[in-house]
Design a protein around this ligand. Sequence first.
Ligand SMILES: Cc1cc2nc3c(=O)[nH]c(=O)nc-3n(C[C@H](O)[C@H](O)[C@H](O)COP(=O)(O)O)c2cc1C
Ligand code: SF4
Ligand code: SF4
Length: 437
Amino acid sequence: MADLSSNFVGIKSPNPFWLASAPPTDKAYNVERAFKAGWGGVVWKTLGEEGPPVVNVNGPRYGAIWGADRRLLGLNNIELITDRDLYVNLREIKQVKKNWPDRALVVSLMVPCVEEAWKAILPLVEETEADGIELNFGCPHGMSERGMGAAVGQVPEYVEMVVRWCKANTRMPVITKLTPNISDIRKPARAAHAGGTDAVSLINTINSITGVNLDTFSPEPMIDGKGTHGGYCGPAVKPIAMNMVAEIARDPETAGLPISGIGGITTWRDAAEFMALGAGNVQVCTAAMTYGFKVVQEMIAGLEAWMDEKGHRTLSDVIGRATPNVTDWQYLNLNYVAKAKINQDLCIKCGRCHIACEDTSHQAITSLVDGARHFEVMEEECVGCNLCVNVCPVENCITMEPLAAGTLDKRTGEVVKPVYANWTTHPNNPSAQVAAE
Ligand SMILES: Cc1cc2nc3c(=O)[nH]c(=O)nc-3n(C[C@H](O)[C@H](O)[C@H](O)COP(=O)(O)O)c2cc1C
Ligand code: SF4
Ligand code: SF4
């Protein structure tokens, strides 16, 4: 049986599935139930500095995007950090850690961007015997307007400075949680690395408006006729998060920096993909909020079964395995040729592939043959773009088949070459010509 045990920056947990800092980790009641359900660890809902608790809105704080079957695809929220008293949280954290010594318990923090504020809170968290801290530099609403959260995460110099303060003032491992609301995620990751962070975690939520009520003309979620941007998360953000994880994993300046992957993870497969791209473990929020804590059981069983089937014995057999295969466009093999192929036994003759290819791609799929509906790829027109595969409602009905080296590409009239060749040396590339001269 595959061993799912995880050691992330020295923090051990029986599996790599942690709950992200959010409502599921807001209090002992939730976290105890999450641990009973099987979660390997949690990042406690972000704590702020001592003083009057944060005030949340008293109306809708969530908006959503659904698929056609009403499955939740994206969730948006305007919630702030914890609105419970700091000392109540600290007492609960201490008790929960005592009750569950084998689970990871990391505390998320967000205090003003002055060293005294960090110096004041760090010993309080240390006293709970929590396993580590996560710096919330990502929250994009409410707190950022007060100079915290994403307002720090968007300025690499601040990221480095606060990480340095934390490293200087605590023995606990420091995980720096990054905001995706930035054009180049590598910059804050490098800054966190330079400041001495033990790891980065990403992504926090993405600035978003999920809808507009066309009767009242108010953005959703609406509070008394007005709305504001919220943080977007859930399955819809997974591709954005995975790209950012890969960017950091393959950046020479941050290569090897541990990454906790977050964003839309709902199944074991999502988790395995994040880990393959370089995440050492994963964190989950929306899936738990949508399906409840027991969703972790499918994640554990599924990951174990897949690892057993593939012969992966430990997580290190999976972590980072896809990272070297992420490259820049210019290094893709231009001698690789694939053509779409339709399985006539699976085809339900809906015609979607034909319309998509006819109207927006390369007019490479028939619709009528001898007066009857028949959908077939004309190899001499197909550029192998994959659009038909993506619009076909029947899984695996259309597949992309690579042409073997030496076969004739009927579209170009050229034989597929057996060698790898990319844009950097292509004759049409002006820079390649200059380099050759
Ligand atoms: C309602 C809600 C509240 C959140 N609160 C926090 C928070 O206090 N601190 C934090 O670091 N992230 C917070 N997050 C972000 C999540 O931890 C996580 O980064 C994000 O939701 C992406 O993961 P997901 O797609 O699995 O939900 C919150 C998310 C939601 C939905
Ligand atoms: S792969 Fe692209 S070009 Fe080829 S048949 Fe499909 S949609 Fe048309
Ligand atoms: S989209 Fe798929 S099912 Fe529909 S006609 Fe094309 S191949 Fe057949």
